[in-house]
Design a binder for this molecule. Sequence first.
Ligand SMILES: O=P([O-])([O-])O[C@@H]1[C@@H](O)[C@H](O)[C@@H](O)[C@H](O)[C@@H]1O
Ligand SMILES: [Mg+2]
Ligand SMILES: [Mg+2]
Length: 289
Amino acid sequence: MSKSHDPWQDAMDHAVAVARKSGEMIREVVQNQDQSSLVQTKSSAVDLVTETDQKVERLIIQSVKSKFPSHRFIGEESVSSGEPCILTSDPTWIIDPIDGTTNFVHRYPFVGVCIGFAVNQQVEWGVVYSAIEDKMFTARRGRGAFCNGRPLQVSTQTDVHRSMVATEFGSDRDPQVVDKIFSSLHKVLSLPVHGVRGAGSAALNMCAVARGSVELYYETGVHVWDIAAASVIVTEAGGVLRDTTGGALDLMSRRIVAANNETIATRIIAELEVYSSERDDRAPDCEPE
Ligand SMILES: O=P([O-])([O-])O[C@@H]1[C@@H](O)[C@H](O)[C@@H](O)[C@H](O)[C@@H]1O
Ligand SMILES: [Mg+2]
Ligand SMILES: [Mg+2]
């Protein structure tokens, strides 16, 4: 199809450009400012946000509105300010301006600008820009996954005892949640697996699965903006996506497993404690699950 008949490609090209521009903003701050004094908190004392998160999200959304005025948005900081988090069938940009804000505040070099694009509630393409590493991860449904233009392929490993697993501790410090996190971690580590890692960014953990250096990433407590862009990067690199229950991934459920293949996914899912956080798209007045 020529570019004019492929509007989603125009949108993806714009996303790559604005993600790179956002990354320049992030690097400038990391190199020249001390963010630690400008930190605010959201759902907990360790769920951090900075004015750079907010500025980057505004930059992305305003640039998109000028080119694609009919498109919708789900942005982490917009939702945090009260915007709805509902995925309709309309073309929708799903944005995490800084995935890894805690890393950003501490100058820990794993920070991803995440821009996913969904049509009819299916992610059509995803862009994750690892700003400090200068690695642009991209994927278009049906057309492969790439890092700085080089094709990505998940690991071929099927032996869980030879696998590397990624997960995160999240930002919920409720003692019962912490116990469940460590219960899963204890079971996975004791299989044993070669190692457990965490980039501090859901999206960059998923990109590590896509590039074959991690066999599986799991987490409960993520949001749709953390995982939408990277979800298509994983599947286009040959990976699989699941719920921690073993069912199909539900972008709004707050639970994710991203793996290189079904064998590894099934084996690790068998060790995971299943629990729920409030869905991203829950009605404001409904009781938590
Ligand atoms: O808030 P943020 O840095 O965009 O996203 C982060 C996620 O990437 C991570 O997986 C999760 O464990 C953190 O609690 C936080 O939600
Ligand atoms: Mg995030
Ligand atoms: Mg974020």
